[in-house]
Design a binder for this molecule. Structure first.
Ligand code: NDP
Length: 316
């Protein structure tokens, strides 16, 4: 726009944000994406993505995100590699402050900030992070070649981490708090049948042993939630894979957020509680949380925003 006001600013650059950018750019809305610390979101730390349609032989997470980024750029998206620090939702046009000292003004906003890793809350997770405690097997698994490791969690991420680690490590033990995995059957079956992976059911990790300066992680203490029995398990690495928290801190007080911390969108749309502000991907999705569903909701957000801009006469 001539006065420097953008029509769409997208916050976040995972599958939701970049798909919204592709759609908005193809609708000639010249979107701006504030990418965050690293462009690409969670998929940057995912190895093979086997369920994104169109890639029968799988594609790596970074390759998929690189392709989406190129596709967004091809149609005229502007990418800003900065973090958003503050948004004023009260006045229109909206104002967005970045950590690079930019103030963007915009008619509409699409929020696609995704979600972040959850931790158990043990002090040793902080003390020993990078010294045996990790949230990413793809990133850190290589350091544990030939060693014994523990994976905490029972979802698809835990299965994926365990399977990845089984290629490098001598033994992988999954500790899960129930007697049944939450993960999909295909992933659970692969894990249960794997000769290098064993499972400790109905149990939690209540301590991680080791010294940051010298030994790194040396083991974990598990507690059986049925019997109360504790057990010490020697290992060199602990991978925490217990899910994620939506990244909504920035929007507290500005937009409606549900009791689990997710942005509230009106059913069947991507509309948030403020007109002209849309949300897509894992920041508003506690159920599906897939790259393909995030991408799909990004497309919906761009279409909702386009319609809204059209209705307000801001599309020209
Ligand atoms: P999920 O929320 O699906 O699973 C989290 C797991 O961690 C659950 O088993 C949960 O236990 C356990 N857990 C949660 N909090 C604690 C805690 N404090 N202590 C111990 N255990 C805990 O998260 P994921 O990251 O695994 O998956 C997120 C989404 O991404 C899912 O929809 C999944 O299908 C998808 N995904 C798909 C992949 C693929 O298809 N290739 C790969 C990775 C993820 P409980 O079961 O008891 O609640």
């Amino acid at each position: 726009m001539n006065d420097g006001t953008h029509r769409i600013v997208i916050v976040g650059s995972g599958p939701a944000g970049l798909t919204a950018a592709i759609y908005a750019a193809r609708a000639q809305l010249a979107p701006v994406v504030v990418e965050g610390i690293e462009s690409g979101g969670q998929l940057l730390t995912t190895s093979d993505v086997e369920n994104y349609p169109g890639f029968p032989e799988a594609i790596t997470g970074p390759d998929l995100m690189d392709a989406m980024r190129k596709q967004a750029l091809r149609f005229g998206t502007e990418l800003i590699p900065e973090m958003v620090e503050k948004i004023d939702f009260l006045e229109k046009p909206f104002r967005i402050w970045t950590d690079g000292q930019k103030i963007l003004t915009t008619r509409s906003i699409i929020i696609a900030t995704g979600s972040s890793h959850k931790w158990l809350g043990l002090e040793a997770e902080v003390r020993l992070r990078g010294r045996g405690v990790s949230s990413c097997a793809t990133c850190d698994g290589y350091f544990f070649r030939g060693k014994e490791v523990v994976v905490v969690g029972g979802g698809d991420t835990a299965m994926e981490e365990a399977l990845f680690l089984s290629r490098l490590c001598s033994k992988v033990t999954i500790v899960h708090r129930r007697n049944q995995f939450r993960a999909s059957k295909i992933m659970s079956d692969r894990v249960v049948m794997h000769s290098k992976i064993s499972v400790i059911w109905d149990s939690v990790v209540n301590a991680i042993h080791g010294e940051a300066e010298t030994t790194g992680v040396t083991g974990v203490e598990t507690k059986n939630l049925v019997t109360g029995a504790t057990e010490t398990l020697e290992c060199s690495g602990v991978f925490i894979a217990i899910g994620r928290n939506p990244n909504t801190k920035l929007f507290k007080g500005g937009l409606d957020i549900d009791r689990n911390g997710y942005l509230v969108t009106k059913p069947g749309t991507t509309n948030t509680s403020v007109e002209g502000v849309f949300a897509c991907g894992e920041v508003q999705d506690n159920i599906y949380r897939q790259a393909v569903t995030s991408a799909a909701s990004g497309a919906m957000a761009a279409m909702d925003a386009e319609r809204w801009l059209e209705m307000c006469g801001y599309c020209g």
